[in-house]
Design a protein around this ligand. Structure first.
Ligand code: FCB
Length: 452
C-alpha cells in the first residue's frame, strides 16, 4: 500500500521535534465520566442543526478509554512528541474552584503511558472547550476568565510538571474569537461581529497569566499555537489591497503583534476593555517558541455583493469589510481547502521579516488535510510537499524546531462533525476500530529515514 515519495525528504536537524496533534473535545468522548463538567462544545453540538452531519462528540474516538492503543500507534509511527489537549472541564468541572482528581488522573495516566513509550507529551491547556459554567458567566468576553485560566494552568502544572517539559497555553484564539464569538459558527455560537474583540484580548491575557503560572512551577519551554496564513489580495486595486490588509490584521497581526511586539495594531487597543497597556506587558512575556498552525492561504478582496463570500464554508456577513475569494489553480482537499505548500514558506519568511529577532524559534504545531479513504496518497503528497516547503523556509534562515501533523486519527471536526477526516489513522465510527492509512506508513518510513 505504501508508495514512496518521488525523492527522499531533505534532512532536518537531528534534534528536530517530529510529532502529531489532537485535542480533547475531538477525540476523548466519555463526556459524562469521572466527574467531567460540561463544555461549550457539548452544549453547542446538542443544538439541532449546529453540526453539519448531525454527529456529536459524546463518544468521539473513545480515546478516553482507548488511549493505550493510541499511544501504541504513536510509538509505531516513531513520533518523538504528541500534542494533545487537557480538557479544562475534566480538571475543574465548574471551570474554577473544586479540582476533580479523577479528571487529572486521566492525564496523569496518559503522560505516564507516553513517557513509557518514549513519546514526549506536549499538552495544550485550552483547545476551545470552555467549561460551560464559565461560559454562562460570560466566557472569554469576561476578564475574569483569564484569571481562572491561569489558576487552572497552575493546577495542571502541579500535577504533570514533573514529566512534561513543553507546554502550549492556547490553541488558535483567532478561530475561537472569529468563529465562536464573531460569526457563531462554532461554540459558544455568538454572533457579535466586531464586538467579539474582547474575547481575543482576554484569551491573550489568559495566555500571559498562564505563562506566569507555568514559569512559577518551573516550566521553561512554553509556546502558544496560533493559526496563521498568508493573505493574498484578489487584485492590485486599492480596495482589494486594503481588504487583504484588514484580513491579515484580523488573522495574523491581532494575535502575533501583542505577543511578539507588545502592542496591538493601530486602532485596536482603543476598542478593547481593561487596562490594556498593563495587560500587554503580561501578554508579551518572552515565549520559548512560537507555534504556528498552517493550513492554507486566503485570497481576499473588497466586499462585493455579487461574489460568493465564505470562509472555510461559512458565509461571511455582508457587513464584513472584506470578502474571501476562491483560490484557483491548486488541488483541493476534501474540505475544499487549496493545497499550497509554497504559502508555508512565504508565511514563515514573511513572519521573520515582520518580527525579526522578536520571533522566537518556530514550531509548526498543526498542518494537515482532510481526505477520505485508507489509501490516502493525497495526504502523503500534502505532507511531503509541506515538509519540503518548511525546509526551504529553514534554508532561508527561519529557525524552525518542530513539525506536528494534524492529526493522529480521524476525529470530531467541530461544526463539520465526523465528515472531514484529517487522520493518519482511520476511525470506523461504528466499531471505533483504528486502521493506519497509507500516510501513516509513509510517515513512519520518512521518520525512520530522518533518524538513519
Ligand atoms: C484547526 C484546529 C484543529 C482542527 C484543524 C483542522 O483550526 O485547531 O482542532 O480542527 O483546524
Amino acid at each position: 500500500m505504501t508508495t514512496l515519495p518521488p525523492s527522499p525528504l531533505p534532512r532536518f536537524p537531528a534534534d528536530f521535534l517530529w510529532g502529531v496533534s489532537t485535542s480533547a473535545q475531538q477525540i476523548e468522548g466519555a463526556v459524562d465520566e469521572d466527574g467531567r463538567g460540561r463544555t461549550t462544545w457539548d452544549a453547542f453540538a446538542a443544538e439541532p442543526g449546529r453540526i453539519r452531519d448531525g454527529s456529536d462528540a459524546l463518544v468521539a474516538t473513545d480515546h478516553y478509554h482507548r488511549y493505550p492503543e493510541d499511544v501504541a500507534l504513536l510509538k509505531e509511527l516513531g513520533a518523538g512528541a504528541y500534542r494533545f489537549s487537557v480538557a479544562w472541564a475534566r480538571v475543574l468541572p465548574e471551570g474554577a474552584g473544586a479540582v476533580n482528581k479523577a479528571g487529572l488522573d486521566f492525564y496523569d495516566r496518559l503522560v505516564d503511558e507516553l513517557c513509557a513509550a518514549g513519546v514526549r507529551p506536549v499538552p495544550t491547556l485550552f483547545h476551545w472547550d470552555t467549561p460551560l459554567a464559565l461560559e454562562e458567566r460570560g466566557g472569554w468576553l469576561r476578564r475574569d476568565t483569564a484569571r481562572r485560566f491561569a489558576e487552572y494552568a497552575d493546577v495542571v502544572a502541579a500535577r504533570l510538571g514533573d514529566r512534561v517539559d513543553r507546554w502550549i497555553t492556547l490553541n488558535e484564539p483567532a478561530e475561537l474569537t472569529l468563529l465562536g464569538y464573531g460569526l457563531g459558527e462554532h461554540a459558544p455560537g455568538k454572533r457579535l461581529l466586531f464586538d467579539a474583540l474582547p474575547a481575543a484580548h482576554h484569551q491573550l491575557l489568559g495566555h500571559g497569566l498562564a505563562v506566569q503560572a507555568l514559569r512559577a512551577r518551573g516550566a521553561d519551554s512554553i509556546g502558544i499555537a496560533n493559526s496563521h496564513g498568508p493573505t493574498w489580495a484578489a487584485s492590485g486595486s486599492g480596495p482589494d489591497k486594503s481588504a487583504a490588509d484588514f484580513y491579515d490584521l484580523l488573522l495574523n497581526r491581532l494575535f502575533a503583534d501583542p505577543l511578539l511586539l507588545g502592542r496591538y495594531p493601530d486602532g485596536i487597543a482603543e476598542m478593547l476593555p481593561g487596562p490594556v497597556a498593563d495587560d500587554l506587558d503580561v501578554i508579551s512575556q518572552r515565549l520559548d517558541w512560537y507555534g504556528v498552525n498552517y493550513y492554507q492561504p486566503t485570497l481576499v478582496g473588497a466586499p462585493d455583493g455579487d461574489l460568493p463570500s465564505d470562509f472555510a464554508g461559512i458565509e461571511v456577513p455582508p457587513d464584513m469589510p472584506f470578502s474571501v475569494r476562491e483560490i484557483e489553480g491548486y488541488p483541493r482537499t476534501a474540505f475544499g481547502w487549496p493545497v499550497v505548500p509554497d504559502a508555508l514558506t512565504e508565511l514563515l519568511t514573511s513572519f521573520r521579516e515582520r518580527y525579526g529577532d522578536r520571533l522566537p524559534p518556530v514550531v509548526i504545531t498543526e498542518n494537515g488535510c482532510s481526505y477520505d479513504g485508507l489509501d490516502d496518497q493525497e495526504r502523503i503528497t500534502y505532507i511531503d510537499g509541506h515538509l519540503r516547503a518548511l525546509h526551504r523556509a529553514m534554508e532561508a534562515g527561519v529557525d524552525v524546531r518542530g513539525y506536528f501533523v494534524w492529526s493522529l486519527m480521524d476525529n470530531f471536526e467541530w461544526a463539520e462533525g465526523n465528515a472531514q477526516r484529517f487522520g493518519l489513522v482511520h476511525i470506523d465510527y461504528e466499531t471505533l476500530a483504528r486502521t493506519p492509512k497509507a500516510s501513516f506508513h509513509w510517515l513512519r518510513d520518512a521518520l525512520r529515514g530522518q533518524r538513519a
